[in-house]
Design a binder for this molecule. Structure first.
Ligand code: FAD
Length: 432
């Protein structure tokens, strides 16, 4: 039976990072990927924050298939036919060292896998890992769906995403519950670059990232997003999995309604559908650093629950990359000690802390609870748009002051001052 120093399950950002770092250190590492090619099964909203990857592959933007540097961030409360937005624009983000890029995973993951292979990692695609191989209470390898598909290793890194084997087999963390995840559905629309620039008021190769709450999901907890790529636009919605059973519409119908919203349609009307994708986002499942490793086994990226979903944005790829680095360094440490037991693997949480992963997860641990508040998805977006209407309309008779406008809007929504104070406090606790 073949034996490797490390087997990595999953060729996403977490697994490929661990493979790259281990291969550079001369380790014999095998990456197993169920997809036909890396990225074929993967989807995300579309923004890759550049800092983590830049440390690993300096100036990666000169070589990687990135789409556009994001210079404009827009967050909008969306009502039936109005929106109230906050925009942040920074033209400095269009220059090195950049801040974030829009990316299409089918291209990006392939390129990233190539970097790991060039460094010496072996990649086996079309290979589903079905189970672990155990010996005296420790993981010593994996069983794949291939003939003679049992493979041994000193250590197995589970980087197989949100629906990880570590959860399904109940090894490291519990299986995903509906309240622990959101579902993202997304379309990729082909559009000429000039049409994208015209519709989104962009120049050259600058990109934009839009987030919407309110009518984007028709008041259901979640939100909508639009990201501009070179000649494609990514548009999608994210909805709490626990809301699905209470919804009268299917997620794909909600996305279609979002696309047809009178303020959204003019932006994307020239787009032609190229891809339709759906994927889960883990939320708040990582709450114990003990649930990251077992004898002979580590979890990284989404498999370990390292995604930040703060309502304003979903951030997971950079956490996957940083946790991949931490996992690889842990394996190298254990290799030096010739001991892959929990005792030596216990440096993993320390390295995760050093790279900021656990600090971020802990800092935003109250965010999932805050984001369950239904007022965020209906009452407040409507209130914001109502305020906008009062501020920007002129009626006959004396003008109303701001406090009067707020009071009237509040009374119409049966929203007490106490509710607002409570929600601001919860938001501060969850996101500040
Ligand atoms: C709708 C949506 C929007 C998002 N937007 C953003 C964003 O804008 N920015 C951001 O940073 N993050 C975003 N994220 C989060 C981000 O996509 C994830 O956090 C990130 O992809 C995690 O990387 P990973 O390597 O841990 O897992 P994945 O990218 O999920 O990779 C796991 C890999 O393992 C493979 N695999 C799974 N099971 C097996 C098996 N049994 N055997 C072999 N292979 C297997 C899969 O095919 C896959 O290639 C978004 C997520 C969603 C769903």
């Amino acid at each position: 039976m073949n034996k490797f120093e490390a087997i990595i399950i999953g060729a996403g950002p977490a697994g490929l990072t661990a493979a790259l770092v281990l291969a550079r250190a001369g380790k014999e590492v095998l990456v197993l990927e169920r997809g036909e090619y890396p990225g074929s099964k993967n989807m995300f909203g579309g923004v890759l924050y550049s800092k983590g990857l830049h440390e690993l592959i300096p100036d990666f933007w000169d070589k990687a298939p990135i789409e556009r540097p994001v210079t404009r961030w827009v967050i909008s409360a969306l009502d039936k036919d109005a929106s109230f937005s906050m925009e942040y624009k920074n033209v400095g983000y269009a220059k090195a060292p950049y801040n974030a890029f829009t990316v299409l995973r089918s291209k990006f993951d392939c390129w990233y896998a190539q970097q790991a292979e060039e460094a010496g990692a072996t990649l086996l695609t079309d290979t589903v890992v079905e189970d672990f191989i155990w010996e005296q209470g420790r993981v010593v390898g994996v069983k794949t769906g291939r003939d003679e598909g049992e493979l041994l290793a000193d250590v197995v890194i589970c980087a197989d995403g949100v629906n990880s084997l570590v959860a399904r087999k109940g090894v490291i963390r519990k299986d995903l519950l509906p309240e622990d995840a959101s579902l993202g559905v997304k379309e990729i629309l082909a559009m000429p670059a000039e049409s994208i620039n015209r519709a989104f008021a962009l120049t050259g190769n600058e990109g934009a990232a839009y987030t919407f709450v309110g009518a984007a999901t028709q008041g259901i907890p979640g939100g909508g997003f639009i990201y501009t790529n070179r000649e494609k636009v990514s548009i999608g919605i994210v909805i709490k999995l626990s809301s699905l059973s209470k919804m009268s519409k299917r997620p794909e119908d909600l996305l279609e309604d979002f696309k047809r919203h009178p303020l959204i349609w003019p932006l994307i009307k020239e787009g032609e559908n190229r891809e339709y994708l759906a994927h889960l986002i883990p939320e708040g499942i990582q709450n114990s650093s003990k649930s990251l490793y077992k004898d002979g086994l580590l979890a990284a990226g989404d498999a370990a629950g390292f995604t930040l979903s703060t309502g304003i944005r979903v951030e997971g790829v950079n956490l996957a990359i940083m946790s991949g680095i931490a996992a690889a360094e842990t394996v190298m440490h254990c290799g030096e000690k010739k001991d892959f037991s929990e005792k030596e693997l216990s440096i993993y949480p320390l390295l995760l802390r050093k790279y900021g992963v656990l600090a971020d997860i802990e800092k935003f641990r109250h965010a999932p609870h805050f984001l369950k508040n239904p007022r965020l998805y209906q009452t407040y977006p409507e209130l914001a748009c109502q305020l906008g209407e009062s501020l920007f309309s002129v009626e006959p008779g004396p003008k109303k002051g701001l406090s009067e406008i707020v009071k009237e809007a509040r009374q119409g929504k049966q929203l007490s001052r106490f509710d607002i104070i409570k929600d601001i406090y919860a938001g501060w606790r969850g996101l500040a």
